[in-house]
Design a protein around this ligand. Sequence first.
Ligand SMILES: Cc1cc2nc3c(=O)[nH]c(=O)nc-3n(C[C@H](O)[C@H](O)[C@H](O)COP(=O)(O)OP(=O)(O)OC[C@H]3O[C@@H](n4cnc5c(N)ncnc54)[C@H](O)[C@@H]3O)c2cc1C
Ligand code: SF4
Length: 462
Amino acid sequence: MIEKKTVPMREQPVEQRIKNFDEVALGYSEEEAIKESERCLQCNKKPCVSGCPVNIEIPEFIKFIRERKFQQGIDIIHQTDSLPAVTGRVCPQEDQCQAVCVLKKSGEPISIGRLERFLADWEQKNNKTIKKQNITKNLSSKIAIIGSGPAGLACATDLAKIGYEVTVFEGYHKLGGVLTYGIPEFRLPKDIVEKEINLLKNLGVKFMTNILIGRVLTIKDLFELGFKAIFIGAGAGLPKFMGIPGENLNGIYSANEYLTRTNLMKAYLFPQYDTPIKKAKNVLVIGGGNVAMDAARTAIRLGAKNVYLAYRRSEQEMPAREEEIVRAREEGVKFMLLTGITKYFGDENGFVKQAQCIKMDLKEPDFSGRRSPVPKQGSEFILDIDQAIVAIGTTPNPILQKTTPELKTKPTGEIITNEFCMTSIPGVFAGGDIVTGSATVITAMGAGRKAAYYIDRYLTNL
Ligand SMILES: Cc1cc2nc3c(=O)[nH]c(=O)nc-3n(C[C@H](O)[C@H](O)[C@H](O)COP(=O)(O)OP(=O)(O)OC[C@H]3O[C@@H](n4cnc5c(N)ncnc54)[C@H](O)[C@@H]3O)c2cc1C
Ligand code: SF4
């Protein structure tokens, strides 16, 4: 008889975790992972594999866990996923592989993400390294990757594995993109990301930090330096604002700045670290995605008394992962659903002191397929706040396009590519959020891998 329920994963208790930035989910022990793996039916048709954007051979790695062959298990994952400790933690498995697991018809699906995380953590604990593939080609070409987020890292890994000389240029002083500066420590510990990147360094990938392409060097300079192909994985890090009165008041942040200060600059450890962050009492977060949940949960940990989350639609339309919504609620975030913000009021020193909110009704679906919010006239109300964090999305930074005008982009800033991931400039490829707009870690990785495949074909004239 197959157990209907998944093996639960241990977590820090709520009352403890809201006072620290340590990881909330604690992972499976060996026994728990083996017990969960024993629920897998090893289906012939493997629907879970087609549900995974990078097609990890899920039943195979689960079989190896069952047999306690953890090295073989993680080797399977590495064939298609270079950041399993990351994806095992942050992938929306509930909408992907787990959504199509056959066990879902009669109970809970296999916890594929937790099992993936178990193997990846086992690998890190045991200081394993990733094997290079058999190099069959004589490859001396140098390839430049712009950006060290999931798209850039996945592209770099695949190209290095087949023997290319790969250099990653990163604008920040730390590697990892959103994994390092966006997603908070309590969801994705930074030492896990660092260790995962160190595994890639063992493949021979070179990393150059503090080099913003478009400012320090241009795309043309990279070709002159001898790079034969370039991959742009520069993400979509430019925050959007609402453009409403009072938005320039002090105390109103983009989620991007707020999370970068806390994660990358470790502001929560100020004054041990140099970057301060205002610890507010009444915080308003605007948005309903993972970024909004991360900002709200960070504000709780920084000691806010009230954290309100205003979202224009209902919970059903929220793009955030379900488990993050649940955790945000457990931690005390007050959800203000069907609520928009129309203006802010400041005090005599220019600091935000109130937000004017308005209730919304949902009408016909808009271009995104979600029902569109329409303000309810006369339903305005005032909320006392001393901080607001705007998490309504991001767009690509225009710096590359400005310094390379022949690089074609959409009016909204995303780089245009063809079916071979190539941009309007021959030899320049792109993928991840810079092409699709804000998406997910695994889709960015999938795009990086696809581009690596076409870069190899381009350089070998296939
Ligand atoms: C707070 C937050 C939470 C999220 N939570 C989740 C989640 O739970 N699950 C999930 O799947 N996805 C999540 N996402 C989305 C996911 O992180 C992104 O879709 C993914 O990181 C995109 O990868 P990327 O490589 O395209 O870009 P990025 O991760 O943005 O990396 C781009 C990198 O390029 C660098 N760069 C930019 N321009 C230049 C330049 N000109 N020169 C050199 N370097 C440059 C940047 O500094 C950055 O390091 C979240 C995003 C945020 C912001
Ligand atoms: S669909 Fe579910 S039960 Fe079937 S092989 Fe995949 S994980 Fe196992």
